[in-house]
Structure formats: C-alpha cells, structure tokens
Design a protein around this ligand. Sequence first.
Ligand code: GLV
Ligand code: MN
Ligand code: MN
Length: 417
Amino acid sequence: MQIQINEHRLLDELKTLATFTDAEPSDVGTAVTRIVFSPDDLRARAWLKELATSEGLQVHEDAVGNTFMRWPGTQPDLPAVATGSHTDAIPHAGMYDGTVGVLGGLEAIRALKRGGLQPHRSIELVMFTAEEPTRFGIGCLGSRLLSGTLGSGRADGLTDKQEATLASVRTAAGFAGPLSSVRVPPNHYHAWLELHIEQGPLLEREGIPIGIVTNIAAPAGYRFTITGFGGHAGALLMPDRRDALCAAAELILSIERHALATGVIDTVATVGTCDVHPGAVNSVPSRVVLQLDIRDTDPDRREAVMQSIRRDCDDLRRRRNVSITEELVNADAPAQSSPHILQLLEETCAEQGIPYKKMVSRAYHDSSFMARIAPIAMIFIPCRDGVSHRPDEYAAPADIVRGAHLLASVLAKLASE
Ligand code: GLV
Ligand code: MN
Ligand code: MN
C-alpha cells in the first residue's frame, strides 16, 4: 500500500491550531498558551472535531472532554488501535508539543484511507484533555481518568487558581456526566502508539531522525507550603525575621543539590512555581507555596531523593523557625513499551531504511497512562536544540512527515492483527 503524507496540509493545520492561543506574540517563534477549557482550547477542540468529521471519522467526547475520532474497521467489535496526544499547551509554549501527535495521527489516518487500507480493527485518534498540569496541578488528567489511575471523586474536586473545581469548569465547558464513566474497560484498546517531538537534544545531536521509546520516566509532584512570619519590610528587624521566601530559597537549592547528587542524568527535579504571600515588595513574605516536579526512570531513586529533601526540611524548620508541609500531588510509576510494538517499529524502520535510536522518554505523556491498560509505544522526532515548552520549539517538516509516515505504517500493521 502506498502511504503518502500530505506535508502541506499537515503543516498548514499545525499552523492553524497554533492560532488558537492566548499567548503574547514572541519574536523567537510561535508562542502558544492553550489552557484546558479556556476559550482558545474550546475553539481548538471545535476546529479539530470539524476536521475529523469531514474526514468521515465518528467523533465522540467523554465527561472530561477526551475526544475520540474513530475510523471503524471491518470488525468494529475488536479492540481498536489508537493513536493521538494532546492539544493543550502550557503558558508561553510552542506549537509542536502534543499537536504533532494529534494532527500527525489525523494525517496518518487520511493517508491510510487514501492508500486504500480497509482496516480489520478500528483505528481511533484520541485527543486527551489536560495532558499539561497547568490548570488543575496534575498532568495527564484525561488519560489518568481513562486508565482508571485517578479516582473520579478526587478529580472532580481538583481546583484551579480561582478555586473553581474541575466539576464546575468542565460542566461549564459542556462536558457533563459522571467522571466515573471516563474509565474504559480492560482490553478496550488493542494497542496505543503516540507520535511526539523528543523535547530533548539527543536525536538532533546524533543526527538520527527517529526515536523509538522503550520506557517513560516516572514523574511525581509535590506541593510544599512554607509558613513563617510576615510584616513590614522596613520595620521588622532582621534578627526577628522568619521569612518564608528565604526558607523556600534554601529548600529549592537543596532540591537541586540532591537531584544532582544521584550522579545519574535520569534524575531531574524542578521547582517551576513559587507563590509568595502577600507578594508585595515592602512586605516580608509570610507564606510560600512551591510546586516540585521530580522524575526518574527508577522510582526508588526518586524516593531516596525525596527522603534527603525531607531531612533538609527538618533542618530548615529548626534553623529558620518556619513550618513546612508537604502534600503529594502524584507519584507515578514508570511505563514500559510493548516488546511487540517495539519490534514492529524496528522492523518498519528497517524496511523503510530509516535510522532510529531506542531511547527513554524523560518527559511524561498520555502514553504513560495508556500503558496501564494497553500495549503502548511512542515515536519521537527531533526538535531543534532539544527545545520544548518554549515559543522557539521547532520540528522540521521532513521530520514531522517521516514520523507521521512511520506512525501510519505501524498503525496499518497493528490494525490488521
Ligand atoms: C509534559 O509536558 C511533561 O511535563 O513531561
Ligand atoms: Mn508539554
Ligand atoms: Mn506533550
């Protein structure tokens, strides 16, 4: 079968999707901010559903807004083969993270249709809700719920910065019904294969066009609240201070030190938000909330780093006379790709003469949670300088097309099983 990816259309659609953005324009690239259930997210969803419908795909959405676009196979009762990713974007991000997997998946399906494939199993494109943790503090919300990794009660009670619950926000966005209905039964999917930009530098550095992901690092999230004693920035004497931000600064540096101390590049820890109360230039900070994102391919090593951080918290409490509370947001397991799909990917690359590298994903993906309920794998394509989550994120058209082509080839094989 001839598989032809329409490069022009795919790039055009990526550019159109990038226009649904709430970001200030950037002079280094295309800035995209698309927070879940924001007006831009809802517009992007409507546009995507329109594209899928006009391609003849059967579209449906679940109670959290996960969107399923299905090409029915000749045996529609068999578990489907699925692909996809996310279209939400963190503040001031780029235009390729997630979107390449969704629009590349759509183009792969179109190419298979045009090539005359009559799939045995249905092929389903999935756009997951809130892969990014920006609004509700937890990543992969849609795929967590679909895989039964997150309870519906806890999920509906998650709140955003305005204290609006997921229950109220999703209902206002038009997604009603119990979240418990989002979970799919075991064996719902035969396989899941996600196309994504690497978000790291290795493929580009080594001049290899395709990454085949063998495993995905285990992410965890914690929220630390540091409470000291506030007051007037001029009048509160230095020896009397219990400055929460100074304690937070020490904690952040301790996190960095312990993550580096493992000596392994697979351990990474980031404090990406820091809310300072009351947040006035002439007021001593009385309370700080930090969010820690810590990941490792080895969850035991991740936990050992957390234990060292906790020991430093004890020391900080004593020395600085502050309170520090730790709240677990999520502590996830690593994910392994299916040996069978890895083999299909390797075979297909060999057939098509595509050099590839087997590699770890240090970023998490909806695939991390799909791995709980289905055999999975991921295809990575290079991105310039390994940059992601920034407006200058860039993937070359030839790499996007090659990734979509490989995706289509392997989807066709999986759908004929
Ligand atoms: C996904 O965006 C991640 O943070 O890995
Ligand atoms: Mn991302
Ligand atoms: Mn992503």
